[in-house]
Design a protein around this ligand. Structure first.
Ligand SMILES: [Zn+2]
Ligand SMILES: [Zn+2]
Length: 238
């Protein structure tokens, strides 16, 4: 039964937080490689997520529901958690957002279950930072990106332009680099042209003040945790 506080929390979750979410999930297909086209989280909103705002109890329910939705398979590439070679038995949950670059808003939609590779592919910006710090190897970085680009290609989808930019930026600082620009990145570079629209929207968001960015969760807006770009650099590069 739980305390009044817990029951109230569940009520709020069912009726407010999840409002409209089920409809979006109904429309989702499996597997859906287009999840790998998820845009990167804008820097001002790094460190801010529904899981940290609503709390662990909500997040546990939200992510277990995502894991179970398609029988404990990665929603992007379809691999079952026990068949995934790189980190067997483990799925990650990822929060999906709709980006409004024009107004500087990132709107929470729902969560999906992802294998470790697909998840890191989406978080290619964070991966590039970890590479720079020496926390992951160049080979690992390239493997993850390669895998994601292949999944997208098989689904006849364009390459993720953010992942490509992360690759190109990493190329310039990777010391133990063993690959010259591989074939897939060459192809992806060409398709930058196809992604011009997204890229343009993304560039336009540069006009939005750092402090004006908002995470939108159930209609409520949340301000950046890192108040300036300098704070961000201090936090992530130290
Ligand atoms: Zn996957
Ligand atoms: Zn994620």
């Amino acid at each position: 039964m739980g305390s009044l506080h817990q029951r109230l929390g569940k009520f709020i979750q069912r009726h407010l937080v999840n409002k409209g979410k089920d409809k979006m999930i109904e429309k989702s297909k499996f597997p859906d490689a287009s999840i790998l086209l998820h845009p990167n989280i804008p820097k001002p909103l790094h460190g801010l997520a529904p899981r940290t705002i609503i709390g662990q109890e909500w997040w546990d329910e939200e992510r277990y529901e995502a894991y179970a939705r398609y029988g404990f398979c990665c929603h992007a590439c379809g691999v079952h958690k026990d068949e995934f070679a790189h980190r067997k038995g483990i799925l990650d949950a990822h929060e999906m957002y709709q980006m409004d670059y024009k107004n500087g808003k990132m709107i929470y939609l729902y969560s999906v279950a992802l294998c470790h590779y697909c998840h890191n592919f989406i978080h290619n910006g964070r991966m590039a930072i970890r590479l720079k710090k020496g926390e992951i190897s160049w080979n690992y970085f390239v493997d993850v990106l390669y895998d994601g680009f292949v999944t997208l290609k098989k689904a006849e989808l364009p390459p993720n332009v953010f992942a490509l930019m992360s690759y190109l930026s990493a190329e310039s600082f990777a010391i133990e680099k063993r690959w010259k620009l591989p074939f897939w990145a060459g192809a992806a570079r060409k398709s930058l042209e196809d992604n011009k629209n997204l890229f343009k929207q993304f560039s336009e968001s540069a006009d939005i003040e750092w402090s004006d960015w908002r995470l939108v969760l159930n209609g409520k807006e949340y301000e950046p945790i890192h108040k300036t770009f300098e704070d961000w650099v201090q936090y992530y590069n130290s």
